[in-house]
Ligand binder design. Structure first.
Ligand code: NAD
Length: 491
């Protein structure tokens, strides 16, 4: 599949009350990481834009919340058909604005469809509950929508991350306000248009473009009851603190530094592909990318396999671009600093040439650093690029101590053929998602996605079965209809 960059600049606006309208704030320019060319333009949303969208969403939500889930789900069935019909077009937009390869962009949309399928199944899954708790007395719980909820999303998955929450929150009866990343807002137009075509009533899905100012106005809007956020740890913490200070429900997913414990008994092929694809996939710009290999014992042939696989990745074909020129410069300098700090560069992405015709784009090749010191920048801080740091360890205990001391807690994997070693890592990892012989241990629906520590602020999860309580209130109802002649102390 070839990348098809848009032939003209895409106009990207807000989507309010089923219409595309420009925000009243500063202009936003969108560049394609493939060639550095302008592919879209938009405008930020002011507080006035936000308040108008939230107020319309609030009015629209009342009838939607009262609509039976079976009817709400019909819209989601239609939405799925439309996304599958337009899969190639949507994927090309994602690839163009984000720098992903078309195959990766397509996979991201399909992961979104997976969540959509889970949301469609809710009508048959979440039955509520009722029982007689005493003579003639029944207790029941009912799930009720919160009202208007908002989600703020990062650049690295322009469709997949928003789709973690859009289908579930809407199916549960909420109105949805979305603030996409200002770096990758184009795909939001496709999703908005698709929901409109699917028959979602006006006002229930509002898209507001912008950055910090727009986010703050969304959090502060009194009618917004819950905030979902996905992005860097620094901003996740700020968003969480601002929302909870206002007494709102918030779940803010942050950055990551994911560890892979590599043991000598690991299957060579599993680990070569699993670890290499984990740090090179999406050019390392995913919160589940492997970034540190904790290598224990004689694993030289395993490392050779990882390098062989990473070396074979052709830029522009197997591996995409980096989101901005500034980020490429940051990554190059981070490799320089690691080298000065004693790391050995086994595979050097600084020198990898850009694909032909894409020289103005933002590129760096896969990079493998060996003998990285625990606690150093390359071992502890999120770099967000196709760089893996190997830290040599004397024992599994030492490896797990290093993993435990990093502030993040998104993912950790182990490559081994020993169940005993695998179980030890599963039990001692300080991470929300753990894998065994899997480089990217992303749980599939209905298993919820989410880390711990500085990778997530708030309780619960924003996807899967554990998200249902976040996007709804549980109303407990106790009823009694008949006066009872046979009353006893339990009645
Ligand atoms: P980011 O934090 O820069 O931006 C995320 C969102 O926050 C964007 O919509 C942006 O407009 C908004 N924002 C930026 N500055 C803000 C401010 N000062 N106040 C309020 N809002 C602000 O993140 P990014 O660079 O777009 O995405 C990459 C990061 O996201 C990485 O750290 C990655 O690990 C993380 N991420 C985490 C997960 C997860 O599930 N934990 C998933 C994907 C990405």
């Amino acid at each position: 599949m070839q990348i098809q960059l848009p032939t003209e600049v895409q106009n990207c606006s807000n989507f309010v009350n089923n219409a595309f309208v420009a925000g009243a704030g500063e202009p936003l320019i969108i560049y394609s990481p493939w060639n550095g060319q302008k592919v879209g333009e938009s405008r930020c949303s002011t507080k006035g834009d936000v308040d108008a969208a939230v107020s319309a969403a609030s009015a629209a939500q009342v009838a939607w919340g009262e609509t039976p889930i079976k009817e709400r789900t019909k819209v989601m069935f239609n939405f799925r058909e439309i996304l599958l019909r337009d899969l190639e077009k949507i994927s090309q937009i994602v690839a163009a604005e984000n720098g992903k390869t078309p195959i990766e962009a397509r996979a991201g949309v399909m992961k979104g469809v997976e969540v959509l399928e889970y949301a469609i199944s809710l009508q048959n899954l979440d039955l509520g509950g009722k029982m007689e708790v005493s003579r003639g007395v029944h207790c029941e719980y009912r799930r009720e929508a919160l009202g208007v909820i908002a989600n703020i999303t990062p650049f690295n998955f322009p469709v997949m991350v928003p789709m973690w929450t859009i289908p579930i929150a809407l199916t549960l009866g909420n109105a949805y306000i979305w603030k996409p990343s200002e770096k990758t807002p184009l795909a939001s137009m496709w999703l908005a248009n698709s929901l409109k075509e699917a028959g979602l009533p006006s006002g229930l899905f509002q898209v507001l473009q912008g950055g910090k100012e727009t986010v703050e106005a969304i959090i502060d809007a009194p009618a917004v009851k819950a905030i979902g956020f996905v992005g860097s740890t620094k901003i996740a913490k700020m968003v969480y603190e601002r929302a909870t200070a206002l007494g709102k429900r918030a779940l803010a997913l942050g950055g990551a530094k994911n560890h892979i414990v590599l043991l000598p008994d690991a299957n060579l092929d599993l680990c070569g592909a699993g670890i290499s694809d984990s740090f090179t996939g999406c050019a390392g710009q995913r919160c589940m990318a492997a970034s540190v290999v904790l290598a224990f014992g004689d694993v030289e042939k395993h490392i050779a396999k990882i390098i062989e696989r990473a070396k074979s990745q052709v830029l522009g074909q197997d591996m995409g671009a980096i989101i901005t020129k500034e980020q490429v410069e940051f990554l190059n300098k981070a490799i320089d600093r690691a080298e000065k700090n004693g790391a050995k560069v086994l595979l050097d992405g600084r020198k990898t040439p850009a694909p032909k015709g894409m020289e103005e784009g933002y590129w760096i090749g896969p990079t493998v650093l060996d003998h990285v010191k625990p606690g150093s920048e390359a071992a502890s801080f999120e770099l967000f690029g196709p760089i893996v740091s190997i830290v040599r360890c004397q024992t599994i205990g030492e490896a797990m101590k290093i993993e435990n001391e990093v502030e993040y807690g998104n993912a950790c994997s182990v490559f081994t053929s020993s169940g005993v070693h695998a179980e030890r890592v599963i039990q001692s990892a300080k991470a929300g998602m753990v894998g065994v012989n899997v480089g990217v241990p992303v749980p599939r629906e209905p298993f919820s996605f989410g880390g711990i520590n500085a990778s997530k602020f708030g309780h619960g999860d924003i996807t899967g079965a554990h998200s249902l309580d976040f996007w709804t209130n549980i109303k407990k109802v106790t009823t009694k209809w008949e006066p009872q002649s046979d009353q006893n102390w339990m009645s």
